[in-house]
Design a protein around this ligand. Structure first.
Ligand code: MSP
Length: 520
C-alpha cells in the first residue's frame, strides 16, 4: 500500500488557536481524507510547539509555568480539532519525552557528522518570530520614514522589537549546504510550491548562507543540549524535528514506513525554516528530504495579518457559533487559491455558501429527490436507453474524478472544488434541459426513468468527491440518497464507490430534507 505522510506546522502555545491555525490543519485534513479514500496508508500529524523564549515569556506574564500554559492551550486544540472534523493520526507535543529524546538524537547525529561547533553569538534576536537577525539584515530592511530596522531595532518580518544578544552558542554549519540545497531545489521542481515561494527560497540561498546559532543560554524552557546542560537547543531545531519524532524517530518502524514526508503544509511566514534550515539539517544528518513543501498565503482581516498582538484574530469558537464546521472548511479552501493571501469576510462566506452550496448543490439534491418521490415514490427506476446528453453527464463526472485528484496533488483546493461545482451546474442544466415535469405530463415514462436515475447517481458521486471537504454535510447527503443511516464518510473508498451505475434500480431513496438551507 502506498504511504502518504502529511504534516501541519506545530502551533505555538503562547496563543489560543485562531483562524490561521484552522486553515492549515483543515487543508491537511482534506488531503488526508482524500488519500485515505484512494486507499493510501495515511499518516497525518499535527501538534504544538511548546518551547522557546516566547512561550516562556507568555507564561511569565500570566504568572504560571510554561508547562501549565502549554497544558491549557493543548486542551483548546484537543477540543477544537474534533469540532472541525480533523482526522489527524497523531498529535505531537514538544514537551513530551518521545519528542525530546528524538531531538537529542538529531543533535547527536549533527554533532557526529561534524555539522555543529561552539562559538560566540553577538547579534539580534526577534522573540515573537524566534528568529536571529544580523546587523546587516536589519540595516538593509526599511522600517519606514527613511529609517532602517536597525535604527528602530525592529524585526523586518513582524515589525516588533528585536533584542541584542551576546552569548556563547553552538552553531550549525548551514553554509556547508548552500550548493547542495540549490542543486536539490533545481533537480526537484516540485520540492517547494508555489513557484513564487520557490523563487524566494532560491534568491535567499543564492544570497549566501551563514552558519546558524542553534543554542541559547539565557533562558531554560527547551530541550537541553546533550552533555552541555547550560545550553537550550534553538526552538526551531527542536520544533522542526517534530516531523520525525512524531514518527517515533530514531526508532525505525514508523520512520521507515512514512519518512520522507510526502508533504509539509506551512504558512508562508515560516518558509525559510522549512525550505532552508530543515532540508540542510536533514542533509547533515544523512536523512532523506521531504518530497514537497507547500507554503500557503495569509488570511487577513481588513487587510491586516491576524495576530494576537493586533487583537484582530478570528477565534474558531466564535466562528463555530455562527457557522457549521463544514461550511467553514468549504469556504476557506474554496474562496482563495491556496498559495495566495485572502481577506476573511463573513459576507463573502455567506455569498459563497448561498450560491454554490444552497443554490447549486442543495437545489440539485432537493429537486432530484423530490421528483423521485413525486414520480416514482422514491424508488429508483430502471434505465433502458441512454441519450448523448446522459453519456455527457457521466463523462463529465469521470473527468471530474480524475481532475479533482490532480488538483489535490497540486494542493489546488479551489480548483478541485470548482471542478466539482462544474458537475453540479451540469446537473442543474440537465434538469432544466430535460424538464422531468414535462416528461411526466407527456407520459414519457422511459425518458423520465433515465433522467431520474442519472440525477440521483450523479448526486451520489458528487457527494463522494465533496466528502473530504465536508464530511458531515455529505454524510447527510448519503443518508438521503442511500437511505442508510450507517454510511460513514470516514470510511469510503473511491475504488469501491466511484463507479457509475452502482445504485441499482429498485433502490429506495429518502425524502429530501434540506442539507444546505439558505443563509440570510
Ligand atoms: N511553531 C511555529 C511552527 C513550527 S513548525 C515546525 C509557528 N507556530 S504558529 O503558531 O505561529 O503557527 C504558524 C502557522 O499557523 C503558519 O505557518 C500558518 O500555517 C498558520 N497561520 C498563522 N497565522 C495565519 C494567518 N493569518 N493566515 C493563515 N495561516 C496562518 O510558527
Amino acid at each position: 500500500m502506498q504511504s502518504y505522510y502529511v504534516t501541519t506546522p506545530i502551533y505555538y502555545v503562547n496563543d489560543e488557536p485562531h483562524l490561521g491555525h484552522m486553515y492549515t490543519t483543515i487543508a491537511a485534513d482534506v488531503l488526508a481524507r482524500h488519500k485515505r479514500m484512494m486507499e493510501h496508508d495515511v499518516f497525518f500529524l499535527t501538534g504544538v510547539d511548546e518551547h522557546g523564549q516566547k512561550v516562556q515569556q507568555a507564561a511569565e506574564k500570566r504568572g504560571i509555568t510554561p508547562i501549565e500554559l502549554a497544558d491549557q492551550v493543548v486542551q483548546r486544540y484537543a477540543s477544537l480539532w474534533p469540532e472541525l472534523s480533523i482526522s489527524h493520526d497523531d498529535f505531537i507535543r514538544t514537551s513530551s519525552e518521545r519528542h525530546q529524546a528524538g531531538v537529542a538524537e538529531m543533535w547527536k547525529l549533527l554533532l557526529d557528522n561534524g555539522s555543529i561547533y561552539k562559538d560566540f553569538y553577538e547579534d539580534w534576536y526577534c522573540v515573537p518570530c524566534e528568529t536571529y537577525w544580523t546587523e546587516t539584515q536589519l540595516q538593509d530592511a526599511t522600517a519606514g520614514e527613511g529609517k532602517s530596522c536597525l535604527d528602530t531595532a525592529t524585526c523586518p518580518d513582524c515589525k516588533r522589537s528585536v533584542e541584542k544578544i551576546q552569548e556563547e552558542s553552538y552553531f550549525f554549519k548551514l553554509s556547508d549546504f548552500q550548493d547542495k540545497l540549490l542543486e536539490h531545489i533545481h533537480n526537484n521542481p516540485d520540492f517547494i510550491a508555489p513557484e513564487s515561494r520557490k523563487n524566494e527560497v532560491l534568491r535567499f540561498v543564492e544570497g549566501g548562507l551563514r552558519d546558524l546559532s542553534i543554542s541559547r543560554t539565557t533562558f531554560s524552557w527547551g530541550v537541553a543540549v546533550p552533555d552541555d546542560e547550560g545550553h537550550v537547543i534553538y526552538v526551531w531545531i527542536d520544533a522542526l524535528s517534530n516531523y520525525l519524532t512524531g514518527l517515533g524517530f530514531p526508532d525505525s518502524a514508523k520512520t521507515e514506513q512514512y519518512w520522507p514526508a510526502d508533504l509539509h503544509l506551512i504558512g508562508k511566514d515560516i518558509l525559510r525554516f522549512h525550505a532552508v534550515y530543515w532540508p540542510a539539517m536533514l542533509m547533515a544528518a544523512g536523512l532523506p528530504l521531504p518530497k514537497r513543501i507547500f507554503a500557503h498565503g495569509w488570511w487577513t482581516v481588513d487587510g491586516e495579518k491576524m495576530s494576537k498582538s493586533k487583537g484582530n484574530a478570528l477565534k474558531p469558537a466564535d466562528l463555530l457559533e455562527r457557522y457549521d464546521a463544514d461550511t467553514l472548511r468549504y469556504f476557506l479552501l474554496r474562496e482563495v487559491p491556496f498559495g495566495s493571501d485572502g481577506d476573511f469576510s463573513e459576507n463573502a462566506l455567506k455569498l459563497r455558501y448561498n450560491s454554490e452550496l444552497a443554490n447549486d448543490v442543495g437545489n440539485l439534491l432537493n429537486r432530484s429527490l423530490s421528483m423521485l418521490q413525486k414520480y416514482r415514490a422514491g424508488v429508483l427506476p430502471e434505465v433502458s436507453e441512454e441519450e448523448p446528453q446522459d453519456r455527457a453527464l457521466i463523462a463529465d463526472i469521470e473527468a471530474m474524478q480524475r481532475e479533482v485528484d490532480e488538483h489535490l496533488n497540486q494542493q489546488a483546493f479551489h480548483l478541485a472544488i470548482e471542478r466539482i461545482s462544474q458537475v453540479v451546474r451540469h446537473g442543474n442544466r440537465y434538469v432544466a434541459d430535460n424538464a422531468p415535469w414535462v416528461l411526466a405530463k407527456e407520459g414519457n415514462e422511459t425518458r423520465l426513468n433515465t433522467v431520474l436515475y442519472h440525477l440521483v447517481e450523479a448526486l451520489r458521486l458528487i457527494a463522494l468527491q465533496l466528502s473530504p471537504f465536508m464530511p458531515t454535510k455529505t454524510q447527510q447527503m448519503f443518508h438521503q440518497i442511500l437511505n442508510d443511516e450507517q454510511v460513514d464518510t470516514n470510511n469510503l473508498h473511491f475504488h469501491e464507490q466511484a463507479g457509475w451505475g452502482l445504485l441499482k434500480s429498485g433502490h429506495v431513496c429518502q425524502k429530501p430534507s434540506p442539507v444546505f438551507p439558505r443563509m440570510e
